[in-house]
Design a protein around this ligand. Sequence first.
Ligand code: NAP
Ligand code: MG
Length: 476
Amino acid sequence: MDFQYAPAPESRAVVDIRPSYGLFIGGEFVDGHGEPFKSIDPSNEEPLAEIACADAADVDRAVAAARAAYDGVWGTMPGRERAKYLYRIARIVQERSRELAVLESIDNGKPIRESRDVDLPLVAAHFFYYAGWADKLGHAGFGPDPRPLGVAGQVIPWNFPLLMLAWKIAPALACGNTVVLKPAETTPLTALAFAEICRQADLPPGVVNIVTGAGDTGRALVEHDGVDKVAFTGSTEVGRQIARAVAGTRKKLTLELGGKAANVIFEDAALDQAVEGVVNGIFFNQGHVCCAGSRLLVQESVADELLDRLKRRMTTLRVGDPLDKNTDVGAINSAEQLAKIRALSEIGEREGATRWSPPCELPQRGFWFVPTVFTGVAQSHRIAREEIFGPVLSVLTFRTPAEAVEKANNTPYGLSAGVWTEKGSRILWMAERLRAGVVWANTFNKFDPASPFGGYKESGFGREGGRHGLEAYLNV
Ligand code: NAP
Ligand code: MG
């Protein structure tokens, strides 16, 4: 008989979800004028809470609150004073990290192992990191006294709800801007918990405002005249719409969009290590990762061996309850996203690629997709070109380094890439040629607040993280 993992559920008792939530404007929770909506738990489709929806008038109120806070306190406060608030927020995030991790897993569907060990530590690290910059902006390389921009309108997606909030809010506040942020419709709860943290930290009212709602709320925010800076993370399609809306205005814009990253494995790579990197590259966060290693490029001489090992490893992945500490792959975030993953996978089969998944029992309710690998994929296949944003890997092969570069760069995107080889010289040779904002060597999906992140081509422009991330929020 096989050994089985006993259930190891994390307790939900640490979170206290209210039946309904308002918008967070000027330091208060207020009603919205749009039609309220429900956020659900994607692992069982149970409603979690009713969420207020901001219409254009509510967005206007939020922008006015942010403007008043900018003019009244935040824009003129010395950096060393702003830093104290950011350090305080970082510490409260750490203190409440178990609660926030559970809340994130419930609202988003991601495994607790990841929200606890990846998302939350990085959220706190971002606030600590940018707190450190707040009183040193004059030494960041943007002149002796760089000024903030004013009010930032920020729109974020559902795949890393609290982490994307941290990427947006921490540098904005460190530089002296105030913000209005719109979380995604399916994952608003941790942003609303963050609103409470702002109150707990005594952040002056209006410095952070959270407007919940769907695409229309986001559009009202990015098109608002009172916004000086727009920061967006999400799909390339919506990114294009936003670029059009902002063109010709004085607003500064950064876009962090989709990706179709190549994870390139050479024959001299440590194959077991590479298999772990492939698994982390595409099955981390159910593959809902803009920089996911969704195209595996493996050198022909080791392709069969690598695929055997990969398939063996995939049979050990545990799919199921996001709150079980043994779970590797959680729930797909929404019915819409599941439909998109299914549709593209069916297209992959129809186009002639070979589909494989390990045997796996999925829960009855909720949104689930078994980790899947496609072999025999051609560069022209849609599963090799389009972002699936799910746990689906497309495998292609190559013979020479030049061919690997050619194939890796054959994409409209350019967010990230991975290289697996024993040779340092080959890593550098590849990194010089890969058209991607981040190139990981013998690792994948590693993030650090000190390291800039962002895209080439249709993956967007501007950088988040590091010293580079300050530039987007300063008048330079
Ligand atoms: P999306 O539509 O681009 O959503 C991103 C954010 O923009 C959400 O907060 C969304 O609101 C908001 N939004 C939608 N339309 C808007 C508009 N016209 N103006 C301003 N804001 C707007 O992405 P999605 O629908 O969640 O996912 C679709 C695909 O995008 C995915 O399948 C994936 O391929 C890609 N994606 C990429 C990333 C990334 O990190 N690069 C993240 C998520 C998704 P609501 O969601 O509340 O409607
Ligand atoms: Mg939800």
